[in-house]
Design a protein around this ligand. Sequence first.
Ligand SMILES: C[C@@H](Nc1nc2c(c3cc(-c4cn[nH]c4)ccc13)C(=O)N=C/C2=C\CC1CC1)C(C)(C)C
Length: 322
Amino acid sequence: KERGAAVSTRQEVDANGRPVSKVVKKGVKDFNFGRTLGEGSYSTVLAATDRQTLREYAIKVLDKRHIIKEKKVKYVNIEKDTLNRLTDHPGIVRLYYTFQDERSLYFVLDLASGGELLGTLKKMGTFDEECTRFYGAQILDSIAYMHSRGIIHRDLKPENVLLDDKMHTKITDFGTAKILGLNGGQDGSRPAGDPMDGAETDRAVSFVGTAEYVSPELLTDKNACKASDLWAFGCIIYQLLAGRPPFKAANEYLTFQKIVALDYTFPDGFPEVARDLIERLLVLDPAKRLPIDHIKNHQFFDGIIWGKGLWKQKAPRLRSYV
Ligand SMILES: C[C@@H](Nc1nc2c(c3cc(-c4cn[nH]c4)ccc13)C(=O)N=C/C2=C\CC1CC1)C(C)(C)C
């Protein structure tokens, strides 16, 4: 995708009459808005077509008054800063640029026309090992990229993993991400790859992710760290193969109790190799969770070509685990 694909240039002449092309940011009137793709807590994501280039985008629309009233300006800025740091990976939804009018803010983003992975999983019931291996590898590759850019997602779940037109994954929804090295977060003072990198030191953490995927450290001592994303990753791999998340109870409180007690079981027939990997990720102590490089080398991912090759290959035909 050429850089700045969604901005236009206008030919003008400068003071000396020399022709100059002026970069003009697009606005609402440059797009045909289509259907609603998803509703966030403070935003709506719509499909939109650039009227000049006919390219399709997803545009996230945020109501300014609502954001200010609900004191969510910080989250909007974190999402924008995060997306602006994560522009160079096929597995992350890309933000092209933003504009605003008197009422709203607009984020012009990649359209992931395959929708949410959760929707596909619900249709399939479960994924077989080959599909789980492929989608798990793409999600892990994207987590590795995020962490290398000092970003902790903190709310990874199948709803936030989108699928594009090639059925490849695109991670989204960074409003609750943590940017390391800013406002008291660890500024990489820990050795590279340290899973505890980003552990907030006794800061009042107001955010907790989605109950089923929240890590125990976030519940007990409010510490989110890079390894928290790997806990969520373990929950996602389990859910792809089992058709349900490992920790699910009648309400959030009971779900939290199961998490901190590591109270989960594998269904009969659950694949042994996947079970071994998940048991090394769903570990209460974040420092003892398998770090990303060891996960990549785990037998479950035997046969995966890590790196660019992973994103060039055809997605496997979706099959259920029976
Ligand atoms: C998880 C998210 N849902 C969604 N967020 C995005 C979509 C998206 C697309 C479909 C879809 C496409 N075809 N059929 C369904 C369904 C849900 C989507 C997209 O294409 N591009 C960027 C998105 C989000 C960008 C955001 C980081 C700023 C919530 C529910 C929060 C709105």
